[in-house]
Ligand binder design. Structure first.
Ligand code: ARG
Length: 471
């Protein structure tokens, strides 16, 4: 059979052009969504009396068979048929005869491909919310197991104030929570139906777009036919949300890499998540977080790539837009890989509580608290800051930590010191003194964990509901 659009042409397409313009090598991933959209479309054509019921049944049976063959791998896609849409239509016509040619009534590949992308992405969004939630659960379990683990908190990567390791992990729970929320928000824009826009202007057939939307579980239809076929904002949104997720993962990756170095030794990643060196027998490398950190680049690249493709594109469809797919598929795969690995890697990570604790005992991260001690005695904070700065300098010169100083030594710097400072300076008391909402004190972190657990339950319920809606 010749090309589906061959009528107007007198020459065969150049072989290189065929290869250059075809998208079947990658958009075959949309086979299921393409058939799903076609089934809803042809059902609507029947209901509207545009096609006779017999033809509709024949086409639907044929579409099911074609999809089964594709899924079984028992169908050879042909690059001459350009893309998934025409490959499926060709397969359908081969299966049921010329009546298969009625499927494309009142439809264009432009509204068809946009519909496929919406169907595809809404499933992925639900899966990613689920994966994020699993990662959050893994972090939350580690947090629960580390409610008594004190670790230096850093700013500028310099020891700042001691915190609970649980508190540090819960920061990531919040970050991934926002990521999940962003994806959930985007669902409503993804869940809008372009089909019925035709090539760009609508169609002469008396179609019922809202009926198609209802069958496919779309909450609404695009208001404007030009916009329906030209809009790729929903993909850009996904790519930018994915970029932010990767950015978060790369920050956590960087910390895991640092923490598992000999210099830190705060954590040890499980053997199953590390690799060795071909030359240095002692090596155990954190390849997974390194690669996640590295793959952040391609995810950003896919976002910038599509933004650039769409920049200055005139309305409505342009072939440029076929370039929306490979980057999106690549981002989906990259993000899936990272999130799937991260949850078990966090779960199996060994936390060296003693090393963390030891670190806190050998720093000045309790300095703010003696400044606050003097403030509570009535000294203005700025003066207290100066006093403690001098005290720390003295310690450094004497090769001591604050807790090593005698009360007499303290009193050289301010007469306001008394022996209660030794209690105040204990890391556990430093931590628990920060008893404000969102702070690192044990009761606050415990409450934060409870709140996060409640939110995760709500997210899990959302995933169940929307997985059903998005099938
Ligand atoms: N393969 C095309 C794409 O992905 C489908 C739409 C083609 N439309 C057209 N008018 N050539 O963008």
């Amino acid at each position: 059979m010749s090309k589906l659009w061959g009528g107007r042409f007198t020459k065969k397409t150049d072989q290189l052009v065929e290869e250059y313009t075809a998208s079947i090598t990658f958009d075959k991933e949309l086979a299921e969504e393409d058939v799903q959209g076609s089934l809803a479309h042809v059902t609507m054509l029947g209901k509207q009396g545009i096609l006779p019921a017999d033809d509709v049944d024949t086409i639907k049976d044929g579409l099911h068979r074609v999809l089964q063959r594709i899924k079984r791998g028992d169908w050879e896609f042909d690059i001459a048929d350009e893309d998934i849409h025409m490959n499926i239509e060709k397969a359908l016509i081969e299966d049921i005869g010329p009546v298969g040619g009625k499927l494309h009534t009142g439809r264009s590949r432009n509204d068809q491909v946009a519909t496929d992308m919406h169907l595809y992405l809404r499933k992925r969004v639900v899966e990613f919310v689920d994966l994020l939630q699993k990662l959050q659960s893994a972090l939350l379990e580690q947090a629960k197991a580390n409610l008594d683990t004190i670790v230096p908190g850093y700013t500028h990567l310099q020891r700042a104030q001691p915190i609970l390791f649980a508190h540090h992990l819960m920061a990531y729970v919040s970050m991934f929570g926002r990521d999940a929320e962003r994806l959930q928000d985007s669902y409503k824009r993804i869940n809008t139906l372009p089909l019925g826009a035709g090539a760009l202007a609508g169609t002469t057939f008396p179609i019922d777009r809202h009926f198609v939307a209802k069958q496919l579980g779309f909450d609404r239809v695009y208001e404007n036919s030009l916009d329906a076929v030209s809009d790729r904002d929903f993909i850009l949104e996904f790519l930018s949300h994915a970029s932010i997720i990767m950015m978060h993962l790369s920050r956590l990756s960087e910390e895991l890499i640092l923490w598992s170095s000999t210099e830190f030794r705060f954590v040890e990643l499980d053997d199953a998540f590390c690799t060795g060196s071909s030359i240095m027998p002692q090596k155990k490398n954190p390849d997974v977080p390194e690669l996640v950190r590295g793959k952040t680049g391609r995810v950003y690249g896919n976002l910038i790539g599509l933004l650039t493709v769409l920049k200055s594109l005139p309305l409505a469809y342009n072939k440029d837009m076929q370039e929306d797919k490979e980057g999106m598929f690549d981002t989906v795969r990259t993000l899936q890989g990272a999130l799937q690995l991260f949850a078990p890697m966090i779960t199996t990570m060994k936390v060296n509580k003693d090393v963390m604790r030891q670190a806190v005992n050998q720093d000045f991260s309790n300095a703010t608290d003696i400044a606050d001690f003097l403030v509570n005695k009535g000294l203005p904070f700025r003066q207290a800051h100066e006093v403690i700065g001098k005290t720390v300098l003295y310690c450094i010169q004497q090769n001591k930590y604050l807790l090593d100083l005698t009360l007499d030594e303290f009193k050289q710097f301010s007469p306001l010191f008394d022996d209660r400072i030794y209690e105040v300076l204990q890391p556990v008391n430093v931590v628990n003194a920060r008893n404000v909402y969102g702070g690192t004190a044990t009761p606050q972190v415990t409450d934060a964990i409870t709140r996060a657990e409640r939110e995760l339950d709500a997210t899990a319920a959302w995933v169940t509901e929307f997985a059903e809606k998005s099938r």
